[in-house]
Design a protein around this ligand. Structure first.
Ligand SMILES: Nc1ncnc2c1ncn2[C@@H]1O[C@H](COP(=O)(O)OP(=O)(O)OP(=O)(O)O)[C@@H](O)[C@H]1O
Length: 215
């Protein structure tokens, strides 16, 4: 099992519980869509699975390591080893070129492979844009860079939060196709947050979050 979320609870300071009792598992190479109303806690759950935040009860085990005993530094080490993230807002580094953005996380993780990086750039249609800066790119191009940056680190788990939420229909279909094919080819698992039933239908499994529980 790559990711096991077991009876997890999470509240933000001063707020109602967002996750009351959430359990789910994800195997190596599996793809899972997470749907739910706005505010149901999807991004919160994704952040917890990425070892980005602490939780109040239950346990999350990522790539064989339980997260609850880890401090921030321990979580960062595990994250770099196993996880990559793609966000709705692309989150590229504006002062870096496409090429530098592509390799950024893999370099931080100490596993950048230039041959794999070039393959990704070609596959994602970015070879002619390597010297460009993010602000000169379309949304679809920026998201393809973000996907390349995520996959350059060869993650075991790709976490994607509404990755096509800011794209038009054509760019959205293109980005989703590229992301799914890279996930399949590299054997990564994918946990993808989406409002779209159409997108959810393309993944191996679907779960719905409501009232702090998986339905
Ligand atoms: N850092 C935070 N501090 C306090 N409350 C937060 C924080 N992040 C999220 N929340 C609250 O937690 C609840 C769940 O938010 P979350 O972003 O996880 O939902 P979501 O299902 O991803 O929503 P959306 O689909 O609108 O992105 C909301 O009520 C939100 O206001």
């Amino acid at each position: 099992m790559l990711l096991s979320i077991d009876k997890v609870q999470k509240s933000y300071p001063g707020g109602r519980p967002v996750l009351r009792d959430v359990s789910l598992t994800l195997d190596h190479g599996q793809t899972l869509a997470l749907t739910g109303e706005s505010g149901s806690g999807k991004s919160t759950l994704l952040h917890l699975a990425a070892a980005l935040d602490s939780f109040d009860g239950g346990e999350i085990t990522l790539d064989g390591t339980p997260l609850s005993p880890l401090d921030d530094a321990g979580r960062a080490v595990l994250r770099r080893r196993s996880v990559s993230l793609v966000f709705q807002q692309f989150n590229l580094i504006p002062s870096l070129t496409v090429d530098q953005n592509l390799s950024f996380h893999a370099r931080l993780a100490g596993n950048y492979d230039p041959t794999w990086g070039s393959h990704l750039a070609e596959r994602l249609g970015l070879s002619d844009l390597l010297g460009s800066f993010p602000e000169t790119l379309s949304g679809g191009q920026q998201q393809r860079v973000a996907i390349g940056r995520a996959m350059a680190a060869r993650p075991k788990l790709l976490l994607a939060d509404e990755p096509t939420g800011n794209l038009d229909e054509t760019a959205s279909a293109n980005v989703l196709d590229l992301m799914l094919s890279l996930v399949v080819d590299t054997g990564a698992a994918l946990l993808l947050v989406t409002h779209s039933q159409e997108i959810a239908a393309r993944l191996d499994r679907r779960v719905h979050l409501a009232g702090g529980h998986i339905q």
